[in-house]
Ligand binder design. Structure first.
Ligand code: IVH
Length: 427
C-alpha cells in the first residue's frame, strides 16, 4: 500500500495535499522541537531535509494551502522559555541548500544573471560549514556586552554569561574595532573533546550526548554558566550582524580576516574562488579531508565576496540570494554485522539493534546501529556475518542502509525475529 507520503505531488487532490501538509508540518515541528529545544534530535539531517523539500514542493503546487505559520518561512524553532530573549537587530537567517554539483552551477549562474555581469568575474568565498550552533556576540567600544543564539532568527536566547566562559571568545577587542560590532559564528565541540566529555559522563552518570553538535548546544544552553565553563566549547567567526557604518572593509574574505586579527578563531580553510568549478574543487578537497579536521562539518558554504553585491542580491524568504550551503552526503562505511540484539522498550515495542565490528564513520566510532523493525531486517535481508553499509548523518543513531551481497550471504541463515521473549512471560 502506498501512503500519501510516497504519492507524487501532481497526483494529489487538494484534499489529500492539505492532509499531507498537516502531517509534514507536525513532523517538522516535532523534529525542530527535539533539535533546537531539547538538543536531542531523532531524525537524520537527510530525512529532515526530505520532509522540508516535500513541504516546499507541496506549497509551490498548492499555494492556497500555505499556512501563515509554515516552517518554510521561518528559521529554527524559536527561543526556549527558560532563557531571556534578545531581539536581533539584524535577523539571523538561514541558508538554502545545494546537494548536487549542478545546484552549485545554477546558484552561480543565478548570481551572474541577477547582477547582469555580462561575463565579468564575481568572486565567492568557500568556507567549511561548521556543524554546531550559531551565535551572535555584540561588542560596544570593544567590550563584549551580550551574546545570543539564533532562536527563530528574529529573537534568540540570551546566553551572555555562558559565552563569557568560552576561552576562545575574546572579551575585549583591540582599539581599532568599530564602535558597535556583532560578530557571528558557530559554537562547536571538537571530536576529541566530545569523546572525552562522554567518557566522563558515562563514568559519573552524567548526560551522554549523541554527537558533538548536541554536546555543544547542550553545553551552551545551560542556566548555570558554571556548567558551560566546564565544557570545552570552541568558536569560529564567519559572519556579522550590526556594525557601525564607518567600517570600510568591503568583502566577506577581508572581514573574516579582520576578525582573525582581533583574536577570533577563524577557519583556516576559507578560500576565495572565481567560478562554480573552483567552488566544487574546494568542496571535493574538504570532503576528502573531512574526517581529519577534528570537528564536524556538514558541507561547504559559498558566499558572494563583495558586500555591495551581497546587498544588491538581498534575500528571498528566509535565505540570502548571495549564499548557499552545499551539503555533504551522509557519511557511510562498511563493517560486519556481528549480531542483532532485541531491545524491549517501556511500551513493549521490540527494536532490533545491530552489533557491529567497530568502524569509524566520519570521525566517530560506531559499534551499534538501528535496524528499526522486523520489516526493515527482512527488506535488507540482513544476516549475521554479512558485510553492511552503515550511515551516520549527523543524527543520533547510525543506520544500516545496505547489505553487501558477498559470496557468503546466501549461505548464512536468515534472521529469525523473536516476537516473544522470556521477559514477556514474566508477569
Ligand atoms: S553564513 C545569512 N557561514 O549554517 C547566512 N553559516 O544552514 C549566515 N554555518 O545558520 C550564515 N558554518 O549556523 C555561514 N561558514 C559558515 C557557516 C554557517 C556553519 C551554519 C549557521 C547557519 C547554518 C545555515
Amino acid at each position: 500500500m502506498t501512503s500519501a507520503a510516497d504519492t507524487p505531488i501532481d497526483a494529489l487532490s487538494p484534499l489529500e495535499a492539505a492532509a499531507e501538509i498537516a502531517r509534514l508540518l507536525e513532523a517538522i515541528r516535532a523534529a525542530d522541537r527535539l533539535y533546537y529545544q531539547d538538543d536531542a534530535p531523532t531524525l537524520s539531517d537527510a530525512d529532515y531535509d526530505r520532509l522540508r523539500l516535500r513541504l516546499v514542493a507541496l506549497e509551490a503546487r498548492f499555494p492556497e494551502l500555505v499556512r501563515p505559520d509554515s516552517p518554510t518561512g521561518k528559521v529554527g524553532a524559536g527561543a526556549s522559555e527558560k532563557f531571556e530573549k534578545v531581539r536581533h537587530v539584524v535577523p539571523m537567517l538561514s541558508l538554502d541548500n545545494a546537494f548536487a554539483d549542478d545546484d552549485v552551477r545554477d546558484f552561480v549562474a543565478r548570481v551572474h544573471k541577477f547582477l547582469a555581469t555580462h561575463g565579468q568575474t564575481v568572486a565567492f568565498t568557500a568556507e567549511p560549514k561548521i556543524d554546531g550552533l550559531s551565535l551572535s556576540i555584540r561588542y560596544v567600544n570593544g567590550r563584549l556586552v551580550s551574546a545570543a543564539t539564533r532562536g527563530d532568527g528574529a529573537e534568540g536566547e540570551n546566553v551572555t554569561a555562558n559565552v563569557r566562559t568560552i576561552a576562545e571568545v575574546p572579551q575585549v577587542l583591540p582599539d581599532d574595532v568599530p564602535e558597535v560590532l556583532e560578530v557571528r559564528g558557530e559554537v562547536y565541540m571538537s571530536h576529541a573533546d566530545f569523546a572525552a566529555l562522554n567518557v566522563k559522563a558515562e563514568a559519573f552518570g552524567g548526560k551522554v550526548f549523541a554527537n558533538p553538535r548536541n554536546a555543544a548546544a547542550g553545553s551552551l544552553r545551560q542556566l548555570d554558566a558554571a556548567i558551560t565553563a566546564a565544557r570545552p566549547l570552541k568558536f569560529f567567526a564567519y559572519a556579522w550582524g550590526e556594525i557601525s557604518p564607518d567600517w570600510a572593509v568591503e568583502t566577506q574574505y577581508e572581514r573574516v580576516r579582520a576578525f582573525g586579527r582581533w583574536g577570533f578563531p577563524v577557519n583556516p580553510r576559507m578560500v576565495r574562488c572565481a567560478s562554480a568549478e573552483e567552488l566544487l574543487e574546494v568542496y571535493r578537497g574538504l570532503e576528502a579531508d573531512r574526517a581529519r579536521l577534528g570537528y564536524d562539518i556538514d558541507g561547504v558554504v559559498y558566499k558572494v565576496d563583495r558586500i555591495d553585491l551581497q546587498t544588491r542580491l538581498g534575500f528571498v524568504s528566509r535565505s540570502p540570494r548571495w549564499a548557499i550551503a552545499h551539503k555533504f552526503p551522509a557519511e557511510k562505511a562498511r563493517t560486519v554485522l556481528e549480531g542483532i540484539d532485541i531491545q524491549v522498550g517501556r511500551t513493549g515495542a521490540h527494536t532490533p539493534v545491530a552489533r557491529l565490528t567497530p568502524v569509524t564513520v566520519g570521525g566517530v566510532v560506531v559499534t551499534n546501529a538501528t535496524l528499526h523493525n522486523a520489516d526493515e531486517i527482512a527488506r535488507l535481508d540482513a544476516r549475521i556475518g554479512d558485510t553492511v553499509v552503515v550511515q551516520r548523518a549527523g543524527d543520533v543513531i547510525p543506520q544500516i542502509v545496505e547489505v553487501v551481497r558477498d559470496e557468503g550471504h546466501d549461505g548464512r541463515a536468515a534472521f529469525d525475529f523473536p516476537h516473544l521473549c522470556l521477559c514477556d512471560l514474566k508477569t
